[in-house]
Design a protein around this ligand. Sequence first.
Ligand code: HEC
Ligand code: HEC
Length: 185
Amino acid sequence: MQGRVFMAVVFLLYAASMAIAGVPGDGERLAETCTGCHGTKGASPGNYIPVIGGQHAGYLKKSLVEYRDGLRPGGVMANLAKGYSDGQIDDISKAVASWKWKNSPIKSAFKGKKLAVETESCVACHGKKGEGSADTPRITGQSPGYLKVVLQEFSDGKRKSPEMELIKGVAATELDKLVIFYTRK
Ligand code: HEC
Ligand code: HEC
């Protein structure tokens, strides 16, 4: 008898903790919405839609919060992110980060050969292979069209990041070379 009471209490505690923490896998369910545009498991097949599957959770979270709060330019994403609470953004970010990163299948259409901007400076933060970490995004294998758009935004000062100040005012032709470097096959 006492065993049964104990089991019932354990079950109630479990149910209560689930109600507080949210249903496990809720992030996966919420992240289903994302795959319509970002591709299955976030492996975007498009030139202008970024790969998000396997991106670092901290960076995904920061991006979604900044879109939602109007701190990062973004049409579709700015509207979409407004619908989520901090907790939901956390869950979605964890789910999307747990998917496996797949390099964009798009071959960069930008012309140019040699890098003029030192990638040494990029390595310091984005890592030797552009793999990123925590709040610093992975950039290797990202969709080329998207990469160019965001580098141009940093250059023009439209997208703001203290860490990316170094790209401010860099010419478009130099940005193309960076895109080629990070998306070369
Ligand atoms: C209607 C299409 C659409 C949907 C649905 C959508 N996205 Fe996006 N997303 C975009 C586009 C287009 C961009 C790039 C341009 C921009 O910033 O608006 C983008 C950019 C992003 C970025 C920035 C990536 C980076 O490397 O900085 C993140 C993160 C992101 N989306 C996450 C999500 C998540 C998570 C969901 C689901 C909750 C989602 N998106 C749903 C179209 C979409
Ligand atoms: C001091 C650290 C630092 C350096 C140096 C740096 N980055 Fe970044 N980079 C960041 C951080 C942090 C972010 C995320 C900014 C944000 O949250 O909007 C970022 C964002 C980016 C993005 C946007 C990625 C996306 O998915 O939207 C690109 C592209 C990028 N960096 C390329 C470069 C290149 C190319 C270089 C070298 C020329 C470079 N970065 C140098 C820290 C750095």
